[in-house]
Write a protein that binds this ligand. Structure first.
Ligand code: FES
Length: 570
């Protein structure tokens, strides 16, 4: 048996040659080839999950950030060893990045566990990377600290201040409606993303950064620092320094990602009016810690959590750089303090309550972050709906929707797939009015589309040209955190898993009531039974590799779309 000292640092987790001393000798021999001295190899080892990739524009500044992390590790007496993992970007993955979040989580988990490191710094930013890293680290069971890449800065297009990607959608809608020409939309394309970092609004990436800080997995005050700000480099260095202390501790993620911390993160998600994707990712992270994010409980939290942050797409003026300057997540947490579980441990070794007490009186820009006494909205931005169309739940982001459409019964206009949607949505002969509900089937996690961000169904061109700005849209898909509209998402069970969504036909009546938290298909049970018995599933395409693993193992949205075999049993 190796003694305690040998089980740490670079001699952790030796290969099983059947001769322990030979294993040590071999590992040292190869380490020497990298030029490390015996002194360096005896230090606590901090692994750095490095997700730089030329396919990931949001992480283009990570090499500079890595140097700062390593500086912090070295100064604190550790040995910094970066290692590559999968990196995921929203616009460069087909069919969509969500399909690969679990693959990245598995990669991260296994490399943390298998390689000889005492603690790990997780460098993430773009939408799926932070949840994948937190999921993996929670399962790997070694001390871990998240370093966020940070949001982009805004740019200009003529008189408009612009940033990805709420503005991407605004300009595209104008182009579709014929109010913007081809030359103009091409010029806009060159102005939307002009610095390194993640989308400049409170989209999924910024929401997940906030959730990571609310969980206690980042250094305080670091979630919202812009990617190109010097404070981002200082945060990276401090994260490296803290990782060395973690390497000597037993402060593993399961001691931080507790039921209380998950509720704190859900409160922050609601107070931001954050991305609907945040519900899925938080459920998945919590699931790795054996905690269930219950949608009924989410509604209870939503009823008692005010919306405080006026950053796009909830507000119309401010971006993430304004949110950072306004006080960031710390200011939001202080407003929510009476609602939070303050005894939760954080990565610094302090409780959340101790952190917030130390920050009392810090500056807050009230144009961007409202006081709890006079919030933007008295209740949370996200609501779970249940009913005969969504027995296991669905999500609507009411803070980015049109209140006039909240209590409404409408006629269903059904699209059976993304291909069907693309083929017919702009057909001038499509029988559709602004009072109808657009329904998209077969875009959930088990569908061939693998739950894309397609829930923001385009408004039919002829209605757009007539000035229609919003209508009710319902699907089992997801929606970008930067999108807006009266959009019901994540309907569960999904159509491809035999949920009631698969039984909806054009002309059916559907009732939406945000007040009652209901989503009902107004078709009698005898007719639904007839449709059910008459439905035929298309022939299954033979699958192999990750496609097969994904289709066989992916869970529904309320369980975070994690793989069934990766969740920890509560
Ligand atoms: Fe990376 Fe938006 S595409 S955060």
């Amino acid at each position: 048996m190796a003694n305690k000292e040998e089980e740490r640092g670079f001699l952790r987790g030796l290969q099983t040659y059947g001769d322990r001393d030979f294993s040590i000798y071999m590992r040292r021999a190869f380490a020497r080839s990298m030029g490390y001295s015996g002194d360096e190899l005896a230090r606590p080892v901090v692994g750095i999950a490095f997700t730089h990739s030329r396919f990931n524009p949001c992480h283009r500044h990570f090499p500079e950030l890595l140097e700062a992390v390593k500086r912090g590790v070295t100064a604190a007496g550790g040995l910094a060893l970066e290692f590559p993992t999968i990196s995921l970007h929203e616009s460069t993955l087909a069919p969509n990045s969500m399909k690969f979040r679990n693959l990245m989580a598995m990669d991260t988990e296994e490399m943390i566990r298998a390689q000889p490191m005492d603690a790990v710094v997780l460098m993430g930013g773009c939408d799926k990377t932070v949840p994948a890293q937190l999921m993996g680290a929670a399962s790997a069971g070694k001390p871990a600290i998240q370093l966020i890449g940070g949001p982009q800065m805004t740019s200009r297009y003529k008189d408009d201040r612009v940033g990805a990607c709420t503005d991407c959608r605004k300009f595209w809608t104008q182009f579709r409606a014929g109010n913007l020409g081809k030359a103009e939309i091409e010029a806009v394309e060159g102005r939307l993303v002009t610095t390194a970092g993640t989308c400049a609004v409170m989209g999924t990436a910024s929401t997940m950064a906030a959730i990571a800080e609310a969980l206690g997995m980042t250094l305080p005050g670091t979630a919202a620092i812009p990617a190109v700000h010097a404070d981002r480099l200082r945060a990276a260095e401090a994260t490296g320094t803290r990782a060395v202390a973690l390497a000597k501790s037993d402060l593993t993620p399961d001691k931080i990602i507790t039921a209380g911390a998950v509720e704190n993160a859900a409160r922050v998600l609601l107070a931001l009016g954050g991305s609907t994707n945040g519900v899925i990712h938080l459920a998945a992270i919590a699931g790795r810690a054996g905690v269930k994010l219950d949608l009924e409980r989410l509604n209870e939290l939503s009823d008692t959590t005010p919306v405080l942050v006026a950053v796009k797409p909830v507000g119309t003026e401010f971006y993430m750089e304004d949110f950072f300057a306004a006080g960031g997540i710390g200011a939001v947490l202080r407003e929510l303090k009476p609602l939070l579980n303050l005894d939760c441990m954080t990565i610094t070794g302090e409780t959340l309550g101790q952190r917030l007490s130390a920050e009392e009186g810090a500056y807050v820009d009230r144009r961007v972050i409202k006081p709890a006494s006079t919030p933007l909205e008295p209740q949370g931005g996200l609501v779970a709906l249940f009913g005969s169309l969504a027995p296991d739940g669905a999500i609507i982001k009411r803070s980015a929707a049109t209140p006039a459409l909240f209590e409404k019964t409408g006629r269903a206009i059904v699209f059976s797939s993304l291909d069907d949607l693309g083929a017919r949505i702009d057909d001038p002969t499509l029988d559709v009015t602004a009072d109808d509900f657009l329904i998209l089937q077969n875009a959930g996690p088990r569908s061939t589309a693998a739950m894309p961000e397609a829930g923001f169904l385009p408004i039919p061109r002829k209605l757009l040209e007539a000035g229609v700005k919003d209508m009710v849209r319902i699907s089992d898909a997801r929606m970008s955190g930067t999108a807006y509209g009266t959009i019901v998402l994540h309907v569960a069970p999904e159509a491809a898993a035999g949920g009631p969504l698969a039984l909806v036909r054009t002309g059916d009546r559907i009732r939406l009531s945000v007040k009652e938290r209901r989503l009902d298909l107004l078709v009698d049970e005898a007719e639904l039974a007839r449709r059910r018995s008459g439905s035929t599933r298309g022939a299954e395409v033979p699958l192999r590799g990750y496609d097969k693993l994904f289709r066989q193992s992916v869970l529904q949205a309320p369980d975070g779309c994690d793989f069934d075999f990766l969740r920890r049993q509560p």
